[in-house]
Design a protein around this ligand. Structure first.
Ligand code: ADP
Ligand code: ZN
Length: 606
């Protein structure tokens, strides 16, 4: 059975090996078992039901909640020469009749259905008469009322257990804690399912968090490394998405805004451009991203803090689904810490809800300030047990210097106390540094014992220290009192010298410093300047073919495949079919066009 599955993988998809977990799931399904499959985004869930669907006779049914996703998946499958269709409210009547006939005649490999469509008695009756080897329920967490994507229609899916007791059912999801997992099994009434839980790690994503100094410059420098690549920049406010998109456009990037305040038409235009074109950057509020299945998103940048580690993981998870190198990059600073806390405090949520939000935010801030491997901390938060160092995060690549910040923290906190826990960061730091300002005069703060005790170091240093004290919750910036600083309970032992505090020295990144680790990417092969002409020509060819077929470029070939073309320069169809991502159908369809491009570039000496 394994051989058969592997064969399908090679001839249809053009892939050599299964990803971790895939072969085991496929085997269980082919053995007729119900399955619960939890894999991180981009882990390759679709293959787990597609391969069995191709091996077994009849039509496998895939339940999927999002119409856009269905269309994309079916388009991609058709490119592979697979007989796939979908039924939903957007399909015209005569096509529906056609699809139903194909289903009855067993001419479809896969049929995608929205849950509400599947549950119609008429559909169920058609399926009764058809040969269905498998039901795959995608985004299965939608059945959970506690989760964030609950869909009423999913609750009805347990009918499949009664109607089709012989047909194996698989539930697939990327987001499920233990509680949600149990709920999926119960509500779908899976029968002693085989459980496959892959870890949360996304090894190809490089996490980095930078301290904000000049946000626009920092973003532009980061974007320079990703010029021409598709990506997402997340901002907190609508106004800022507009301004940031403008900033990027002025710097030559193809950037568009996306937020809930735009007209539905503009939103779907911008989303479509992002999906169909090759290097569009979307600057968005969190309204953007749900159901975005684009595999070649090369970066996700946060210029404002997300709400929690969960949100951060989900948002950054949209990068690099194709397994190629991708960057998750964030900048944040003292202002952001104060501001997001304020947003929570002033929000309309219940007190209990606010407490939860605060603690999630604290976890995120703590994570921003870690001094050991960022991935390890991230995965640890989700209950994984990762190795101590990943080698692919900012901290592993460029460890921050740490210092004993106990005495400095004591000075700063004493100064907060002496000024009555009444002032914000600016004034407290002025007093520390012994500056003779009008406000100092007015309050006679030059008389304080803490006046000038921090004169030996600069303001930037004090702000960095304060940010870390706030992030670690020794100090609060009181939103109700215009950011007045005050100490928490946790500060006492530190003030009394009973505990010590290790802090990190901020490195404000400059271009050359960040460039070096980016060059030593571990994904094996980078496009050199010599190869750039071929690379661009291949991309152009891909875009043209994609336009002709009305599919996104990545559906023709992934970046990884184009890179292999550059590296191996295949000169024949035989050489080309050996390349990762080239299956039989795509060979027939596209080999000639790409061979021509490669040949043309072999002729011109570099
Ligand atoms: P998920 O649904 O889990 O987020 P997908 O099924 O969309 O992930 O797969 C993510 C990407 O990985 C797809 O572009 C898919 O073609 C690719 N992929 C899946 N399995 C393999 C494999 N065994 N080898 C190479 N690429 C794969
Ligand atoms: Zn690391």
């Amino acid at each position: 059975m394994r051989e058969q599955a592997r064969n399908t993988l090679r001839t249809i998809y053009g892939y050599d090996d299964f990803r971790p977990g895939q072969a085991e799931v496929i085997e269980a399904v082919l053995a007729g078992r119900d399955c619960l499959v939890l894999m991180p985004t981009g882990g390759g869930k679709s293959l787990c039901y597609q391969v069995p669907a191709l091996i077994r006779p009849g039509t496998a049914v895939v339940v999927s909640p999002l119409i856009a996703l269905m269309q994309d998946q079916v388009a991609a499958l058709r490119q592979l020469g697979v007989a796939a269709s979908f039924l939903n409210s957007t399909v015209p009547w005569h096509e529906q009749v056609d699809i139903t006939r194909q289903l009855a005649e067993g001419r479809l490999d896969l049929l995608y259905l929205a849950p509400e469509r599947l549950l119609q008695e008429e559909t169920l009756q058609i399926l009764d008469r058809a040969d269905v080897p498998l039901f795959a329920i995608d985004e299965a967490h939608c059945v959970s009322q506690w989760g964030h994507d609950f869909r009423q229609d999913y609750l009805g899916l347990d009918v499949l257990a009664d109607r089709f007791p012989e047909v194996p059912r698989m539930a697939l999801t990327a987001t499920a804690d233990a509680r949600t997992r149990a709920e999926i099994v119960n509500r779908l009434r899976l029968d002693r399912p085989a459980r496959f839980v892959s870890g949360f790690d996304r090894p190809n994503i490089r996490y980095s968090v930078r301290i904000k100094s000049n946000a626009n410059d920092q973003l532009l420098a980061f974007m320079e490394e990703h010029r021409g690549q598709p990506g997402i920049v997340y901002c907190l406010s609508r106004r800022k998405t507009e301004a940031t998109a403008e900033l990027l456009r002025a710097d030559g990037h193809d950037a568009v805004p996306y937020h809930a305040g735009m007209s539905g038409r503009d939103r779907s235009d911008h989303q479509a451009r992002f999906l169909r074109e090759d290097g569009v950057v979307v600057v968005a509020t969190i309204a953007f991203g749900m159901g975005i299945d684009k595999p070649d998103v090369r970066f996700v940048a946060h210029v404002d803090l997300p709400k929690s580690i969960e949100a951060y993981y989900q948002e950054t998870g949209r990068a690099g689904r194709d397994g190629e190198h991708a960057d998750a990059w964030m900048i944040y600073g003292l202002q952001d810490v104060v501001r997001v806390r304020q947003l929570v405090d002033q929000g309309e949520a219940s007190e209990q809800q606010k407490r939860i939000e605060r603690s999630k935010l604290d976890a995120l801030l703590g994570w921003c300030e870690v001094t050991a491997c960022r991935r390890a901390a991230l995965l640890g938060y989700f209950g994984d047990h990762p190795p101590e160092a990943c080698g692919n995060c900012d901290i592993c690549l460029d460890p921050p210097k740490t210092y004993d910040g106990t005495v400095a923290a004591q000075k700063l906190m004493s100064c907060i106390v002496r000024t009555g826990q009444y002032f914000g960061a600016g004034h407290v730091i002025d007093v520390l540094r012994g500056k003779d300002t009008a406000k100092v005069q007015q309050h006679r703060h030059d008389q304080l014992s803490t006046f000038g005790i921090g004169a030996e170091v600069g303001e930037v240093h004090w702000r960095s220290l304060l940010r870390q004290l706030i992030a670690h919750r020794f100090v609060l910036a009181d939103a109700a009192r215009f950011g007045a600083l005050r100490l928490t309970q946790a500060a006492r032992p530190l003030l009394r010298g009973e505990t010590t505090l290790t802090l990190r020295e901020d490195t404000v990144a400059n271009r050359s410093r960040r460039r070096s680790p980016a060059k030593s990417r571990d994904d094996g092969f980078e496009i050199t300047t010599q190869d750039e002409a071929l690379w661009e020509a291949l991309r152009e060819c891909r875009l043209r073919l994609a336009d002709d077929a009305s599919v996104p470029p990545y559906v023709v070939f992934h970046d990884a495949t184009l890179k292999e073309f550059v590296r191996l320069r295949p000169q024949s169809r035989d050489a080309m079919v050996a390349v990762h991502g080239v299956g039989q159908a795509k060979l027939d369809r596209y080999a000639d066009a790409f061979l021509e491009v490669i040949a043309a570039h072999a002729a011109t000496p570099a």
